[in-house]
Design a protein around this ligand. Structure first.
Ligand code: HEM
Length: 145
C-alpha cells in the first residue's frame, strides 16, 4: 500500500505536535505527579493534619475545626499549587488563619509534621524540597493573624 506524500506529512505533524503537548503537560505537572497526584496529595494532607491535630504544640487550634473539610480544601490548594488540575477555592492565607495568632514555634512544628507525612508517604527528597519551597513564602501571611 502506498501512502500519499501529503497525507504522510499531515500524519507526521499530528504525531509530533501530539508528543510536544504531552511533554509540556507532563513537565508542568511534574511536582503534582511526583506527589502521587490527587490521591497522593490527599494522603499527605490527611497525615499532616492528623499529626498537627494530635501534636500538643498545635492541637488547640484544631479542636473546633471541621477536619474533613479542612483536609479537602488544603488538598485542593496543594493540587493547584503544584500544577495539578485543580482551582483553589478557599480563603487567602491571611484570612484563613485570622484569629489563630500562630507563632513561629507552631509554624515550625506544623512543617515538621508535614515532613513526617511526606516521609510516611515515601515522597522523594526532590519533590519534598520543591513542595516545602512553594509553602515557605506563605509563612509571613500565616503568622500573627
Ligand atoms: C504554609 C503553611 C500553611 C498552609 C499552606 C495552610 C493552608 C491552609 C488552608 C488552605 C486553609 C483553609 C482555608 C479556607 O478555609 O478557605 C487553612 C486553614 C487552617 N489552618 Fe492552615 N496552613 C498553613 C499553616 C498552618 C499552621 C502552622 C497551623 C496551625 C498550627 C494551621 C492551622 C489551620 C487551621 C486551624 C485552619 C482552619 C481555620 C478555620 O477554619 O477557622 N495552618 N490552612
Amino acid at each position: 500500500m502506498t501512502i500519499h506524500p501529503i497525507a504522510s506529512i499531515f500524519f507526521m505533524i499530528a504525531v509530533t505536535s501530539g508528543c510536544a503537548s504531552y511533554e509540556t503537560i507532563r513537565n508542568d505537572k511534574s511536582l503534582f505527579h511526583d506527589l502521587g497526584g490527587k490521591p497522593g496529595i490527599a494522603a499527605i494532607v490527611r497525615d499532616t493534619i492528623d499529626l498537627a491535630a494530635a501534636n500538643p504544640v498545635t492541637m488547640r487550634h484544631f479542636e473546633k475545626i471541621d477536619i474533613p473539610d479542612l483536609k479537602k480544601i488544603v488538598s485542593e490548594q496543594f493540587c493547584a499549587l503544584t500544577g495539578g488540575p485543580c482551582k483553589y477555592t478557599g480563603k487567602d492565607m491571611a484570612k484563613a488563619h485570622k484569629g489563630l495568632d500562630l507563632n513561629a514555634a507552631e509554624f515550625n512544628i506544623f512543617v515538621e509534621d508535614l515532613r513526617h507525612a511526606l516521609d510516611r508517604n515515601r515522597i522523594s527528597e526532590s519533590a519534598r524540597n520543591r513542595l516545602l519551597a512553594l509553602l515557605a513564602p506563605m509563612k509571613r501571611d500565616v503568622l500573627h493573624q
